[in-house]
Design a binder for this molecule. Structure first.
Ligand code: ADP
Length: 242
């Protein structure tokens, strides 16, 4: 049984704009799926449909029964008036202090439980947001460009922590990014969206062994190979495919 199966025959916004047309895919339990596409391709629209926030579309969404869905967005979205511990407790009010302390230690935030978000760096805030997303033990985790606008080493550290957390509990992950190397360094499978109205232009399996750093030779080689085979892929087109 798949964690999710989604079919969007058409998604129109009230102004008549068609953002998605004939897009369908399924994701298996524990699968890490990256969704890559040019700006405006409909990635955020698709995540809103899958999260249930947007029901105004033609198509269907099937989630395994009682699927717990976690989220991580572009911004950490921490409550500025709450401490790190209280921000995390908002996700799961039954979580014990010991569990929180262990979780914080695992992502290198050992002494940060009593700090407020503004006392943390951007990277540390994202680590709290990452922990919060995993705290509810989601079966499906939706991530919308969660490491955008971080410097390279900080983003790489977060990717490593994401992989560790994912491998420990194995939710199905849908990870939206427009960064090809990031997608290839994380995912089992990359769905390339066409330019809008979007459909899946290419469903690409990544079989590289983990861990795979973004700068590793294997990932960089695959980036080059894809760019060579499909020069317009990141513009949302397979035109010129070898
Ligand atoms: P992406 O996340 O890939 O950048 P979006 O899902 O945000 O793309 O948007 C897909 C398309 O739908 C874009 O052309 C965008 O301008 C349009 N769009 C998004 N939200 C709305 C809206 N509320 N009303 C009309 N058009 C929208």
């Amino acid at each position: 049984m798949n964690t999710l199966s989604v079919t969007v025959s058409a998604k129109h916004y009230p102004n008549g704009h068609c953002a998605i047309r004939n897009l369908a895919f399924s994701a298996a339990p524990g699968e890490f799926v990256a969704i890559v596409g040019p700006s405006g391709a409909g990635k955020t629209t698709l995540l809103k449909i899958i999260s249930g926030l947007d029901t105004a579309y033609d198509g269907s969404l099937e989630l395994a029964q009682q699927t717990r869905v976690g989220f991580m967005f572009q911004e950490p979205r921490l409550m500025p008036w709450l401490t790190v511990a209280d921000n995390l407790a908002l996700a799961d009010k039954h979580v014990s202090g010991d569990v929180l302390a262990q979780a914080l230690e695992r992502v290198g935030l050992k002494d940060c439980a009593g700090l407020f978000p503004q006392q943390l760096s951007g990277g540390m805030q994202r680590r709290v947001a990452l922990l919060r997303a995993f705290l509810i033990a989601p079966q499906l985790l939706l991530m919308d460009e969660p490491f955008q606008s971080l410097d390279g080493p900080t983003a790489e550290q977060l990717r490593t922590q994401l992989c560790t957390l994912w491998q420990a509990s194995r939710p199905t992950v849908l990870f939206v990014t427009h960064h090809l190397a990031e997608a290839l360094s994380l995912a089992d499978r990359v769905l390339f969206l066409s330019a809008g109205p979007s459909h899946i232009a290419l469903d690409f399996a990544v079989s590289l062994p983990r861990p795979r750093g973004l700068e590793s030779a294997a990932v960089q080689q695959l980036v080059q190979q894809l760019q060579q085979d499909y020069p317009d892929l990141l513009k949302g087109s397979l035109a010129g495919a070898a």
